[in-house]
Design a protein around this ligand. Sequence first.
Ligand code: ZN
Ligand code: ZN
Length: 387
Amino acid sequence: MNVINALTFDRQKDDWETSTGFIKRETPMPMLDEQADPRDAISVIVEVRYVGVCGTDRGIWHRQVFRDLISKSMEQEGKTQRILGHEFMGKVIQVGSQVENIYGIQAGNDVSGDSHVTCGKCFQCRVGEEEVCLDQKILGISLDGIFASYAKLPAKNLWQVDQERIRPEIAAILDPFGNAIHCCSKVDLKGKRVAILGCGPIGLFTVLLTRAFGASKIIAVDVAEQNLRMAKELGAHETIHIQKPAQASLSADSELLAHIQKLTHNKGVDVAFEMAGPNSSVLNALEITRSGGHIILFGLRDGDFQIPRFKNIVVKGLTLHGVIGRQIFQTWQTSQRMLSDKTNGIQEKIWRVILKEGKDTIIPFDHYTKELMEQKMTQHPKIILKF
Ligand SMILES: [Zn+2]
Ligand SMILES: [Zn+2]
């Protein structure tokens, strides 16, 4: 049997409570076998070239998110080992018998793809709202992912990429870039004052996009100075450094609120993007947004949240938008256009500022060690593995 290397979590070998990291292990080379599984007729084998390491992957690295989803899905599949990872770019090397007929994809095509594998049957899927599918699986979480030199993927999730328009390292992160596009498509941003709470990669993409979509004042907020320096370089008008609040804090950051009031002439922002996750950040978003404004809730944390003076949401007439995944494939179309347009500088800035032209941010898969990865993940908001 042919085997390949993959970065994995094994529910029998890696204790969730005490282990960390992705463990490099051998796994069988994925194959198409339509007799054994008819779904292979609409699947492909991709030779993976570049993969992005996401905030979600960091959460799994530290065993903070998706414990139940990972272990339950493996139980259902009768597996003990999950291949992690979901942001990718690669080349199709083999296609199932129906793939070209139905999806127009052939061996040799360069592809990226959406990490959410939707059911196609539920009400939401049928009305074109696949991002909120009732029975979706996520690559690298509830299905085997792409931290491996080859992966078997459903053809319907693939997005063909043209390397003339989008460089392959950036094609590998179309998935999280699409999250930012999706967030920015919820409200009209022209002339708006916006705050971005949390400047990890998706928050930084949101700085670029709110600029491109016409926001007139972009205020970036983060606990890490280096993220704020990048936000500034990407086009934020103002940056505000905040302290990590005490775990139990149930009030908004009064200094942040005062600072935002000053920057907005006592009005508050029109739109707040919550992209950090903690309860305190949601409270900050609720306080800094003007009456009648919008809050885009994208940060994700397990557990219960509390909102003091809940009635203020009603009294202030706030609109809250929960955003998950990407609209398939509307978001992808927009992402491609925004990255292909060389005049807006977005692709160039992602490459230069966030990925530092690949210096120290792109790690050859063969060099992977837990220690190296941990070091690079603390130094850079976005890391890419190269096969
Ligand atoms: Zn991701
Ligand atoms: Zn569905």
